[in-house]
Design a protein around this ligand. Sequence first.
Ligand code: ZN
Length: 435
Amino acid sequence: MTPTPPFPQGPAEASKKDSRPVNRCDHLGSHPFSDTQDGLFRAYLSPAHAATCKQVALWMHEAGMATRTDTAGNLIGRYEGQTPGAPALLIGSHLDSVRNAGRYDGTLGVMLGIEVVAHLAAQGERLPFAIEVIGFGDEEGSRFPASMLTSRAVAGTLDALPLGTVDASGTTLHDVLHQNGLDPARYLEAAYKPEQVVGYLEAHIEQGPVLEAAGLGVGVVTAIAAQYRFKVSIQGVAGHAGTMPMSLRKDALAAAAQAMVAIERIGANGPPDLVATVGQLHVGPGASNVVPGQTTFSLDIRAGTAQVRDQATTQICEALQNIADERGVGLSIELQNDLPATPCNPALTACLAASVTRITGQAAHHLVSGAGHDAMVMAALTPVCMLFLRCHQGISHNPAEAVRHDDAHTAFLVMLDFIRAFATTTAHKPTEFSA
Ligand SMILES: [Zn+2]
């Protein structure tokens, strides 16, 4: 097992608490819980995923839960409420990972859910609703080119399964399901009915630097960002780098450079939840002695609401058109992906924020998640809320991902407080929380 990466000293270090959920993530951070010997890679329905589910099921059982694997390969632990068979508050996140992953992305949310139930069970405390802790099998889409397959199955939003899709070794999803004892024909039976659940809570590392910069251990998510992805192409005229005078050039790369500066400026001048990114650039013909004739680049625009995203998109498109007109180059902007924003449920979010204030003594910091999460999918089934934990320098999808034990302990206390508050104020009026 790799040692926990160093973490900056802060005031909270003074109240060092050893967090079992963090220790368990560390335990799950290497072979046999990883498919690779070096670093962590836990792919959906891989041997490492199976080993992980086996271990996590043991912990769920120890915590007082009955465990099962659903027809999509999700691991679910159930802690009954005061009345057996009552609808459940779902607490979940994912157990799969990207390649060369950190140990806390997803897994920590599942471990925190188990910890909360372990505490309730140890006290003999039963609630007006059951609690189900879900370890989703596929969130990252790191094995098959389809992400959040298993939460979509649970939320009932998966219409058909891409059974013919293949992993890196050429094995179809159909065959992988069979190898794992899962019947493809029954996959969609993992869906819950809305009346079986009272809400969904997910704790997740922030995967960004905002909480750390604010000196806060936890924050409350208001929405998962709306996203647009475009492919932008600029058509100039290629020419000899030695003979083409500067005044006669139609340089596609210089135009793209100017476009990127404009994109950055518009992103930076918007509200804090607006981000605009160029992450890929191709230059044609791509020779050192040729004036670039053609460029294509990616454009990713995200914001907490579609309104902010769309406004920025309009500004960016206008700016790019002006640049193209001034330079006499061709421009095309092609929409490739449009994801709507997922607002977290306002009432549940207010309840979670009140818990943060009670536990930390500070007003809850609200933030938008720029990254997608299972909660975004689960919102189609039931009201959702999300708690973010500070992570070191915002580093994620990287072995250097790190969380503080005391922050995980704070998150545990907040979740416990939230569940108790939710039980007293809303358990008998579930319609109050409908989205
Ligand atoms: Zn995640």
